[in-house]
Design a protein around this ligand. Structure first.
Ligand code: ADP
Ligand code: F6P
Length: 324
């Protein structure tokens, strides 16, 4: 393969830049040409592309966001859009494409692969909700961001003897919630994978107060909060009314998507980017890259999309035991 493209798609994630850098530099090292495609599949459909060289990716490894910009492209969900994308690849002389994004982006990559464009997907999302990998690019950074912010909230809730209800991202998944809940000493984690009873949480808080616990952190996953508007604010009001403990809600929002990637995300993204180009070099497409334990792996895109990701019930239960 002599010429490949790269794009980032869906929500951005810290570490995408490190992946772009690794893909570009590995390809150049192997004598390939690299085309940068801006704003996801939109750039492919509308000719927003540029030739990349080693300096195109200088000084980006430490930056959050994505040098290539990202977007959602509804047009690409239709067969006509996919065919236009195939045509664009032919015009650009691109034989292979690396797509960094989530499940939706993988579907687009699968569609292009079906039409003969060798695509390799890299898991880029803070949510860690991609079943074909233990860890996604951006997840570790987002969790560290949440931890720092909740630590700050704890300073003020400690000073006021309050309860902080903190809503974290994750779309339909509670991976960020449960892990940051453990890391921040949350008294309870509300996540979509687990049933919970608010009355029992209130009872637990009251029991903990009796044995001297003065401040409380409750982590609410976005997947739970999306059940109702103002879910976290209403939960804080409910807790205050039931327990008499002053409560405040904070929705962390998009700040969780930004910032300089952690070591883990930079290394993971670099390894995965390098691995993707190695596949393309061998003419292998229709694959997604993941990590299992410490080993990089790749799967057929359609098989990957069918996989289910387990939730760490033990971690969740452990948190309940130690957060009294
Ligand atoms: P993510 O990749 O983070 O899951 P989205 O679901 O928003 O994010 O998908 C990103 C983009 O991938 C979409 O805007 C669209 O261009 C493309 N995409 C999503 N679903 C499909 C699909 N079923 N077929 C083809 N392309 C898709
Ligand atoms: O997938 C990443 C994510 O930040 C989710 O956690 C969240 O549900 C969603 O994207 C938010 O999307 P948007 O940037 O379109 O508001």
């Amino acid at each position: 393969m002599k010429r490949i493209g790269i794009l980032t798609s869906g929500g951005d994630a810290p570490g995408m830049n490190a992946a772009i850098r690794a893909v570009t530099r590995t390809a150049l090292y192997k004598g390939m040409e690299v085309v940068g495609i801006r704003r996801g599949y939109n750039g492919l459909l509308h000719g927003d592309t540029f030739e990349m060289n080693a300096r195109s990716v200088s000084s980006i490894i430490q930056r959050g966001g994505t040098l290539l910009y990202t977007a959602r492209c509804p047009e690409f969900k239709e067969e006509a859009g996919v065919l236009k994308g195939v045509e664009a690849c032919h015009e650009l002389g691109i034989e292979g494409l690396v797509v960094v994004g989530g499940d939706g982006s993988y579907r687009g990559a699968g569609d292009l692969s079906r039409h003969g464009i060798a695509c390799v997907g890299l898991p880029g999302t803070i949510d860690n909700d991609i079943s074909s990998t233990d860890f996604t690019i951006g997840y570790d950074t987002a969790m560290n961001t949440v931890m720092e912010l909740v630590d700050k909230l704890r300073d003020t809730s400690h000073s006021h003897d309050r309860c902080s209800v903190v809503e974290v991202m994750g779309r339909g998944a509670g991976y960020i919630a449960v892990n940051t809940g453990v890391a921040c000493g949350a008294v309870e984690v509300l996540c979509p994978e687990k049933e919970f009873d608010i009355e029992k949480i209130v009872e637990k808080m009251q029991a903990s107060r009796k044995i001297g616990k003065q401040n409380f952190i409750i982590i609410v996953a976005e997947g739970v909060a999306m059940q109702a508007p103002n879910y976290s604010a209403d939960l804080a009001k409910f807790i205050e009314a039931k327990t008499g403990i002053e409560s405040r809600a904070t929705v962390l929002g998009h700040v969780q998507r930004g910032g300089s990637p952690t070591v883990r995300d930079r290394v993971l993204a670099s390894q995965m980017g390098n691995y993707a180009v190695n596949l393309l070099e061998q003419g292998i497409g229709n694959r997604v890259v993941g990590i299992r334990g410490t080993k990089l792996v790749d799967y057929d895109i359609q098989e990957a999309l069918q996989m289910k990701k387990p939730f760490d019930d033990d971690l969740y239960e452990m948190n309940r035991q130690i957060s009294i």
